[in-house]
Design a protein around this ligand. Structure first.
Ligand code: FES
Length: 95
């Protein structure tokens, strides 16, 4: 068994981070579209599908990995738990 004493990443050159740019939660990494931009697109265009969001703000036009997150935003949030209505189990009947 070997013990790692120095990370290979510590030898890489330093990364410059521009602190003046506010960090946004990216929803679509391929097209660099934030959660807020997608939410605004849904509000502005009354988008009801992933394709309508794609036309509205460009999110989702790459690898498609973000389509599930776009669907979560389209479904809205549960009033009880705050989770996407697609994933919320509050309405599931017990028994
Ligand atoms: S992460 Fe949105 S298309 Fe790839």
């Amino acid at each position: 068994m070997s013990i790692v004493t120095q990370s290979k990443f510590s030898q890489s050159s330093s990364v410059q981070i521009n602190e003046s740019v506010p960090r946004q939660r990216l929803l679509c990494h391929c097209l660099s579209v934030s959660h807020e931009e997608v939410q605004q697109c849904i509000s502005d265009t009354s988008a009801e599908s992933v394709h309508e969001v794609m036309r509205g703000c460009g999110a989702g036009k790459g690898c498609t990995a973000c389509h599930c997150r776009i669907k979560d935003l389209l479904a809205g949030l549960c009033d009880d738990c705050g989770e996407s209505k697609r994933r919320c189990l509050c309405a599931v009947a017990v028994g």
